[in-house]
Write a protein that binds this ligand. Structure first.
Ligand SMILES: Cc1ncc(COP(=O)(O)O)c(C=O)c1O
Length: 420
C-alpha cells in the first residue's frame, strides 16, 4: 500500500496497469523504487519520443535553471520563447507553409479546444465532422469529437454539434468512406449541415493504430476544399517524428488549416501544447483563448533542444530503419503464432491486433500484464482494447527494441495457451 493508493482519487488509470512505484528513468528504461528495470514501450503515451532524461536536452534545461531563466511569464515575450520560435520556424514551420503558432493551455486537449472554437468562429458554422475510432482529449469540446462510448458517457451533458463519419481503417466498413462523406455533403436530403471543420488523425493511435493512406488523406483535403470546410489535423500523439517526418501529415503532402501539437513537442515530458494556424485564419481577438499556463518557459528551452537533437541524430532515418526492425519481427515471429493475429503501423507506432481471437480484450489484458511481469511496459488500444500498442522512444537502441519485442512474443505464446 502506498500513499497514492490511500489518498489518490479513483480516477487514476495507468497505475492500475503498471502497479509499482517508479523512481528513475533513463532512455528507454524505467526503474522501480525496488530497483526493477523495465523496458518502456509506452513512452508516456507519446510524450517521450526522445527517451527519458535525454542528456542533450537535460543539459540545456539545467543551464537555463542554473542561470535563473524566467520560468513563468504567461504569454509575455521572453528570450526562451523567441529562441524556440526561431528554431521551430527554421526546422518545421518554414517547410509547412504560412502558419502562425498559438500557445495553448498545457495539455493537448486545449489545442483541440482552440481549434474547434476557431474553426467555428472562422466559418460561422456549428457542426464539426469527426471520425469513428477517434480520440482527441478529455475536455468537453475534445470529448465531443471523440468516438469511444465510455469517454462520451462520462461527459454528463449531451455532446452535440458533431457528426461522425466512418474512418478509412479500423471501423469494419467495407465501402469507400470518403464517397460516403461526399454523398452526405452533396445530398440536399442528407439531413446533415455542411460542417465548420473535419478533425482527423492521420494514424488513430488510441483507436487501434489505424493508418490512413496517402490517397485518402489527399482526397479528404480535396473534399474539404471543395465544400469550404476547414481541416484540423490532430498531431498530438503521432506528431514530433513518430511516423518519420516531423508531422505525420507531411507524408501525404497535405496542408491542414489547423494543426494541434503537444506531447513530445517539448521533448522532455514537460507540458506544452500549440496550435498551428494558417496565417489567413488567425482571426482571434487578443485573449480570446486565454490561460495562465500558456507558455511554459522550460518547455520552450527543451523543445528547442529537442529539435536540435532530432537533426543532429538524423531521427527521421532512424525511425524509418527501426520501423523495418519492428515490422520484420512482427511478421516473422508474431504472425506464425496464430493465423488470426494481424499487425499494422508506420514509423515507430505499431499495433498487434488480437481481436479475431478474442474480441473482448481479455487476451490482450493477459498479454500486457504478463509483459509487465517480464519487465516490459506496453499499453493496449482500439475497440475493446484488443490491440497491443508498440510505441517505444524513437531513440531506443536496437538491442533493447528487440528485447522488448521478444518479451511480447514470449507473453503472447504463454497467454495464447492460457485462453485455449
Ligand atoms: C490524438 C490525441 N489527441 C489529443 C490527446 C489529448 O492530449 P492530452 O491528454 O495532453 O490532453 C491525446 C492524448 O492521448 C491524443 O492521443
Amino acid at each position: 500500500m502506498n500513499y497514492s493508493e490511500l489518498y489518490e482519487s479513483q480516477v487514476k488509470s495507468y497505475c492500475r496497469s503498471f502497479p509499482c512505484v517508479f523512481d528513475k528513468a533513463k532512455g528507454s528504461f524505467i526503474f522501480s523504487d525496488s530497483g526493477d528495470k523495465y523496458i518502456d514501450f509506452f513512452d508516456g503515451a507519446g510524450a517521450l519520443n526522445y527517451g527519458h532524461n535525454n542528456d542533450y536536452i537535460k543539459d540545456k534545461v539545467i543551464d537555463y535553471l542554473s542561470d535563473d531563466g524566467i520560468i513563468h511569464a504567461l504569454d509575455m515575450f521572453t528570450a526562451a520563447k523567441e529562441s524556440f520560435l526561431e528554431k521551430f520556424h527554421q526546422s518545421v514551420l518554414s517547410k509547412l507553409g504560412d502558419y502562425k503558432v498559438q500557445f495553448c493551455g498545457p495539455t493537448g486537449t486545449n489545442a483541440n479546444e482552440a481549434a474547434l472554437k476557431l474553426a467555428r468562429k472562422i466559418t460561422g458554422r456549428t457542426t464539426v465532422f469527426a471520425f469513428t475510432g477517434s480520440f482527441h482529449g478529455m475536455s468537453l469540446g475534445s470529448m465531443s469529437v471523440t468516438s469511444g462510448v465510455e469517454i462520451r458517457n462520462s461527459a454528463g451533458v449531451p455532446l452535440d454539434n458533431v457528426v461522425f463519419m466512418p474512418y478509412c481503417a479500423g471501423s469494419g466498413f467495407e465501402f469507400d468512406t470518403l464517397d460516403y462523406m461526399e454523398n452526405i455533403l452533396n445530398d440536399d436530403h442528407s439531413g446533415v449541415d455542411i460542417p465548420a471543420a473535419v478533425i482527423f488523425e492521420t494514424v488513430q493511435a488510441e483507436g487501434g493504430i489505424n493508418v490512413a493512406d496517402i490517397e485518402w488523406l489527399k482526397r479528404l483535403e480535396h473534399i474539404c476544399e471543395k465544400y469550404g470546410i476547414l481541416t484540423i489535423c490532430d498531431e498530438i500523439q503521432v506528431g514530433c517524428g513518430r511516423t518519420g517526418d516531423f508531422y505525420s501529415f507531411e507524408r501525404a503532402g497535405i496542408h491542414p488549416d489547423l494543426i494541434s501539437s503537444s506531447k513530445s513537442i517539448s521533448g522532455y515530458g514537460f507540458p506544452m501544447s500549440i496550435l498551428l494556424i494558417k496565417s489567413k485564419y488567425d482571426i482571434w481577438e487578443p485573449a480570446e483563448h486565454n490561460g495562465t499556463f500558456r507558455g511554459n518557459q522550460i518547455a520552450f528551452v527543451s523543445a528547442k533542444a529537442a529539435l536540435e537533437f532530432r537533426e543532429k541524430n538524423n531521427l527521421k532515418n532512424e525511425v524509418e530503419r527501426k520501423a523495418v526492425i519492428i515490422s520484420d519481427f512482427l511478421e516473422k515471429e508474431l504472425l506464425p503464432l496464430n493465423s488470426e493475429i494481424s499487425f499494422r503501423g508506420i514509423g515507430m507506432i505499431w499495433g498487434v491486433d488480437f481481436s479475431k481471437i478474442d474480441a473482448t480484450g481479455e487476451l490482450t489484458h493477459i498479454i500486457a500484464s504478463d509483459c509487465f511481469k517480464k519487465r516490459l511496459i506496453i499499453e493496449r488500444a482500439g475497440r475493446h482494447d484488443t490491440v497491443l500498442k508498440i510505441m517505444p522512444a524513437l531513440t531506443i537502441e536496437d538491442d533493447v527494441l528487440l528485447e522488448g519485442l521478444e518479451i511480447i512474443k514470449a507473453s503472447a505464446i504463454d497467454s495464447l495457451t492460457k485462453i485455449r
